[in-house]
Design a protein around this ligand. Sequence first.
Ligand code: DGP
Length: 115
Amino acid sequence: MTRDADCLFCKIAGGEIPADVVRENERTLAFRDISPQAPTHVLVVPRDHHRDVASLAAAEPDTLAELVRTAADVAADEGIDAYRLVFNTGEQAGQSVFHVHVHVLGGRAMTWPPG
Ligand code: DGP
């Protein structure tokens, strides 16, 4: 298990910081975003620490596939059949927590392009 002692999402995955968890297993955790941007806004993270999606893809491709499957399961649990998955990668793209996470957004109409 790779862990970063200063990482917020490692602390949530380790149970040190509480979160509204909707799904979990040995490798992944899904919890509601503290600042929801849509009626459904859930973050899915691996328990292992990787800074972004490219790092996770290189190190643990199976876990990346599992994040996407879990995101689909979350959408099904929420009763939504249209949803957007977002991996912000890098500060300029809006990444603020450097532990890979996929945003599962749904429950309202989405516009394109994103801001
Ligand atoms: P990003 O900006 O893509 O790195 O997304 C980080 C998200 O994490 C952002 O939408 C807000 C959310 N977030 C930040 N701190 C917390 C927290 O302590 N708990 C929860 N549940 N979400 C958090």
